[in-house]
Design a protein around this ligand. Sequence first.
Ligand code: CDP
Length: 225
Amino acid sequence: MQIAVDGPAASGKSSVAAEVAKKLGYLYFDTGIMYRAATLAAIQSGIDLADEAACTQLAEKINIEVGPASIDDGRQADVVLDGQDVTWQIRQAKVDAGVSQISAYAKVRELMVAQQRRIGEKGNIIMAGRDIGTVVLPNAPIKIYLTASVEARAQRRHYEALKRGQNSHYEDVLAAMRQRDHTDSSRATSPLRPADDAIIINTTHLQQPQAIAKMYGIIASYIAE
Ligand code: CDP
């Protein structure tokens, strides 16, 4: 069983889909981690993120490993980039700001998608991202598209940052979110959009437990059929 979950930033993909996966005993795999790790690698190497050839070359070289959380610090998974634990570094604002640029490069996507398909083949998985239902796992029997107003999503990210003790300003988070939505939805390769056969869940006015119940209900009724 493969379940594709797509949607814009902070629509609830990680918080909702990860809980649903736990309830089902499925693996949860967040593909955004891979684009974030590639972006961090480029920043650390001092590469100009506008340099597509250099970013692609780097993406071919790096090794990204995602494994079960080994530290109890709120993380969903360990993210290891070339042997270095970068789980929290990939959540920095400078990665947020650069990730849409790198993830628009066709060759970078090809590399990531190939790895994601290998992971998806194992089955009993909820895979989350932007293009899972449309490109990575187009034959997934269940596709869910999570969405919410940009203001609600910015508010969530703002609170998350404050909770982590980071300095955060709502207006800045909102502007950055609008920018990332625009770049992700307007890129030529695999733009963010719901697959034609996706079920849409709008989480603007849903608390997390309600959103979890809704997604779980959709999946459980499909499995029971
Ligand atoms: O967690 P958040 O929703 O903020 O974003 P993410 O899922 O970590 O993804 C970060 C960025 O990676 C997105 O804004 C996209 O630019 C890119 N991405 C993508 O292009 N395709 C995916 N399957 C997953 C992420």
